[in-house]
Write a protein that binds this ligand. Structure first.
Ligand code: FES
Length: 106
């Protein structure tokens, strides 16, 4: 298990203890985090699971794959720290990860 924090747009913090190997999106949906619709169910095909990785974690999480990069073109208000949360797998390396949900999605 690792701990992650998902911060909703209104500032509500979801401090979650999650299974390693699960994705940030799966945990957001399971915990009804507002703003993560994940319409495609994690197939990297909708961009409604867009999050901003906290600055402190951006280099650890790394950059999106080319396929994810293409899909991010459909996200709203993309920033350098934007990622699709279905493409971020939790691992002990990411224990303590913080991501922020954008104001609105696609
Ligand atoms: Fe659709 Fe992540 S859930 S791209």
């Amino acid at each position: 298990m690792s701990n992650i924090t998902i911060v909703a747009f209104d500032g509500t913090r979801f401090d979650l203890s999650v299974q390693d190997g699960s994705t940030v999106m799966e945990n957001a949906v399971r915990n009804s985090v507002p703003g993560i619709d994940a319409e495609c169910g994690g197939a990297c095909a909708c961009a409604t699971c867009h999050v901003y990785v906290d600055d402190a974690w951006a280099s650890k999480v790394g950059s999106p794959s080319p396929m994810e990069e293409d899909m991010l073109d459909f996200a709203v208000d993309v920033r350098p720290t934007s990622r699709l949360s279905c493409q971020i797998k939790v691992s002990p390396d990411l224990d303590g990860l913080v991501v922020h949900v954008p104001e609105r999605q696609g």
